[in-house]
Design a protein. Sequence first.
Lengths: 110, 110
Amino acid sequence: MPSQTQPLPDPSSPAGDDPVLAEFRKSIDNIDAALIHILAERFRITQAVGKYKARASLPPADPGREQLQIARLRKLSEEAELDPEFSEKFLRFIIDEVIRHHEKAQSRQG
Amino acid sequence: MPSQTQPLPDPSSPAGDDPVLAEFRKSIDNIDAALIHILAERFRITQAVGKYKARASLPPADPGREQLQIARLRKLSEEAELDPEFSEKFLRFIIDEVIRHHEKAQSRQG
């Protein structure tokens, strides 16, 4: 992360010209590229899971598994000082997308 | 990722007993732990950005920056074979949370 020792810029200038903000944004952009690639890999795996569940006639959603995932991620979040509420919302957001994919795979099989 | 050469399990047994699914789930759990830690770092940075923006009287949201981020992540997603629509929804989800944090930081300063 960039240091914050530089003088404050003129607030009337656009944020894009702010050198402190520009440094922060470079770190955010690197992190976002990492997130996109990790998410791409997660969906590669859940796509294979979807195909497997469709073949094995397993239901797309698994509420018991989801409860275990939520509990585990909330614990990890606390250790990483991330809001556990947010991590739960985040997992829900991802799982909803995965279930949509699984339902599509299921309907292609049926 | 686990191989899919094992025989299909009895569909009446719970998914948790399925050895193929158990292997997939180990990979998903590893990926989720990585996502949580990367997200924790992203929010550490945006928390610093929020404090800086509040000090510098910069607005919490920056629609021009967001458009650039969306365009960049859509391009990265295509390269990684991730649905670009999903990556846009994902960034929107994260940015909405960040803006909520910035507004809180702003109101603490004001």
